[in-house]
Design a protein around this ligand. Structure first.
Ligand SMILES: [Zn+2]
Ligand SMILES: [Zn+2]
Length: 343
């Protein structure tokens, strides 16, 4: 089957183009007609800076890793034509020591949608049709709201981060940085039974979204008063750093109680003068969190069953042909949280 597909291709900094490609589906894997995709921070970095961290766009690459669609044809009899699916953007090798140990997010040969981490780069999902491994397709009910289901990937990131903190039932939680990921962490820890969820950010708009997503209290990062959370070596059982800013990590260290857990989710550079003595003396468990494994299926399940509602974070949608305008709008943090493309 020969199919024409239009794709949103990033070529470098502020250089994105819709181009026509041809796919040849020969019955292997699943051919999906993409219906909708969410723009993520990494897509924005590729567009605004031509790179994410040290991974620069060195060849044209299809953007996007938060996509859903309909099955057109599949080698998996369980995936019937028209079945709605969320596409897991990770394709682990299945054969390295991490894959064998069910730690697929650490796979040494991971192929992740829309990522310039390797060369040649791995194309993403902002395209009308895509052939994927059938195992990457997670079916969801036809009546589920597509706008909601596009949140499966970022929610999976946040459920994984929540799982990194262990049992959250009855716990006090601090979240520093409430962009879409911080807000979805608030929703995830609420779903997992957290008793108190205090969020901080420098943006009033983000704090208001955090309250809609589950925060019990919000404190402005610059003008707010954190002294109540500093007594007795810190207040919170668990802190999530979700902004990637050094000052935010230092604040998390201060407000986390002795022997508490600090989960680093926000991506950032070096932290100058990291207070190692605080970490040691308070015996804080500092743990990173990267992508997800089976949490993708959990996220699809939570969203299709209404365990949480991500829609306060939905800021608008654009046709794929307007991808440049969509990226500009999504990059304006005063106006936009999550922006979606429709195909
Ligand atoms: Zn994402
Ligand atoms: Zn592997």
């Amino acid at each position: 089957m020969n199919i024409e597909t239009q794709s949103c291709m990033i070529k470098g900094r502020e250089d994105v183009e819709v181009i026509t490609q041809h796919l040849n589906y020969q019955g292997e894997g699943t051919l999906v007609r993409i219906t909708r995709g969410g723009i993520c921070g990494s897509d924005l970095h590729y567009y605004q800076e031509g790179k994410v961290g040290s991974y620069a766009v060195k060849m044209p690459m299809i953007l996007g890793h938060e996509v859903i669609g309909h099955v057109v044809a599949s080698d998996d009899p369980a995936l019937k034509p028209d079945q709605k699916v969320a596409i897991n953007p990770s394709k682990p090798c299945g054969d390295c020591k991490y894959c064998h140990n069910h730690e697929e997010n650490q796979c040494v040969q991971m192929r992740f949608f829309g990522s310039a981490m390797y060369f040649p780069h791995v194309d993403g999902g902002f395209t009308q049709y895509k052939i994927v491994d059938s195992a990457q397709c997670v079916p969801f009910p036809h009546e589920a709201d597509d706008t909601v289901m596009v949140f499966a990937e970022p929610l999976a990131v946040c459920i994984h981060a929540a799982n990194q903190a262990g049992d959250l039932d009855g716990k006090t939680v601090f979240i520093s940085g409430v962009g879409p990921i911080g807000c979805l962490i608030a929703a995830a820890v609420k779903a997992k039974g957290a008793r108190e969820i205090v969020c901080t950010d420098i943006s009033e708009r983000s704090l208001s979204l955090a309250r809609q997503m589950g925060a019990t209290t919000t404190v402005h990062a610059a003008s707010g008063d954190f002294t109540p959370y500093l007594a007795e070596k810190g207040y919170f059982d668990v802190a999530f750093e979700a902004s990637g800013h050094p000052a935010s990590l230092l604040r998390c260290l201060d407000v986390t109680r002795a022997r508490g857990t600090l989960v680093q989710v926000g991506m950032g550079g070096a932290v100058p003068a990291f207070p190692i003595m605080t970490l040691i003396a308070k015996e804080i468990k500092l743990v990173g969190s990267f992508r997800f494994t089976t949490e993708f299926n959990t996220a699809v399940d939570w969203l299709s069953n209404g365990i949480l509602d991500p829609l306060p974070l939905f800021s608008g949608e654009y046709a794929w042909t307007d991808v440049a305008a969509a990226l500009v709008f999504a990059g304006d943090k005063q106006q936009a949280a999550k922006v979606q493309l429709t195909f």
